[in-house]
Write a protein that binds this ligand. Structure first.
Ligand code: AHN
Ligand code: ZN
Length: 337
């Protein structure tokens, strides 16, 4: 598909340059040729519907906080499985238990939805679907769970919309897509904790999945993690772990976002490395994965922004424009593979 488009573009350009006789015109047209030739021919992806993505976040928040070992968490998991199946994906559920930093044994489920499961060339998309059991960065009600509209809801909302729109569109991407929803990402040990410091308390679902992939020898071309991709005016910087392990994927995604009009979101700014699900996917599973995650450029001391792990992480901070920027960019990347 990509090559056909390129061929068409070249034909069109040679026709253009043949038509010009006058030398000034010829110069003009040859400039056009150079400019267009340098630009890669692209496939137009279907329209990502931000209203639909927003609705998917509302639905998750309406279940209540998605804290492991609660009924709200369980019911949300059932709804995610059912919704992904309804979009024609082949869904596998990975159930497991892991012990949290506070000694609790957590019942967790990673949900893996494969689109075009027989394609050998694949891209993996991921987000975490659980939410934090406490609001340790808030000044009030620190022991109460947060809504997690942005932290938990937004990445999943964008991925459900990607699954929906691929199913609803006749033209499919030329690759297989695996949507992996990780559980237990946000049960990490707080900075000020009554328990002795422990390693690797975040990202329990991706740690488990990286050691127990849903398919033996699973090897997608690369992965894209979405985390906190819904806040109004969010900025996405080139995060350090992504740059270290998958720099060319960062370049690919940022180029796509900037090309299709989202330069206000995909910033050519470097941000410090963080431990998020992509860290374990890169270092344990050996799959190159980047993280599209909000970076607070206004106050880098509070890396993830003023709503992070606070009770202000509600639907009120979610912006359809941000969802659109991220969702359309990821779709563009998928349709141009
Ligand atoms: C750190 O806090 C270093 N990593 C966790 C990233 C995260 C938390 N994403 C969502 N919540
Ligand atoms: Zn979090």
């Amino acid at each position: 598909m990509k090559n056909n488009m390129k061929f068409l573009a070249m034909l069109l350009l040679s026709a253009l340059s043949l038509n010009s006789c006058d030398s000034s015109e010829r110069n003009g047209s040859s400039e056009t040729v150079t400019a267009v030739e340098e630009e890669e021919a692209t496939v137009k992806a279907p329209e990502f519907n931000a209203d639909s993505a927003y609705y998917f976040i509302e639905r998750q928040v309406a279940f209540g906080p998605r804290v492991p070992n609660t009924a709200e968490h369980y019911k949300t998991g059932e709804w995610l499985i059912e919704t992904l199946r309804s979009y024609g994906a082949e869904v596998q559920v990975q159930s497991f238990q892991m012990r949290a930093f506070d000694g609790k044994m957590l019942n967790l489920r990673n949900i893996i939805a494969s689109i075009n499961p027989n394609a050998t060339k694949r891209v993996m998309l991921a987000a975490h679907w659980d939410t934090r059991p406490f609001a340790d960065k808030d000044d009030e009600n620190q022991n109460k769970p947060i809504d997690g509209a942005n932290d938990g809801g937004s990445g999943v909302g964008v991925l459900l919309e990607i699954a929906r729109v691929i199913q609803a569109t006749e033209q499919k991407p030329g690759i297989g897509v695996d949507i992996v929803l990780f559980d237990g990402e946000d049960y990490g040990q707080p900075d000020e904790s009554e328990y002795p410091y422990q390693n690797d308390t975040w990202c329990l679902g991706s740690q488990y999945w990286s050691k127990n992939k849903h398919v033996a020898n699973y090897k997608p071309q690369y992965g894209i993690l979405l985390d906190m991709v819904g806040a109004e005016n969010a900025k996405f910087a080139r995060e350090g772990t992504s740059m270290q392990y998958a720099r060319n994927i960062v370049d690919k995604v940022w180029r796509a976002g900037n090309k299709i009009g989202y330069s206000d979101y995909f910033k050519y700014v470097n941000a410090p490395a963080i431990t998020d699900d992509h860290y374990y996917v890169n270092t344990v599973a050996g799959i190159r994965m980047i993280d599209i995650i909000e970076y607070n450029m206004a106050d880098p001391d509070d890396y993830f922004g003023p709503y992070h792990h606070r009770h202000t992480d509600t639907m009120d901070i979610i912006s359809k424009n941000t969802l659109k920027a991220v969702g359309q960019t990821v779709l563009h990347v998928l349709y141009n593979e």
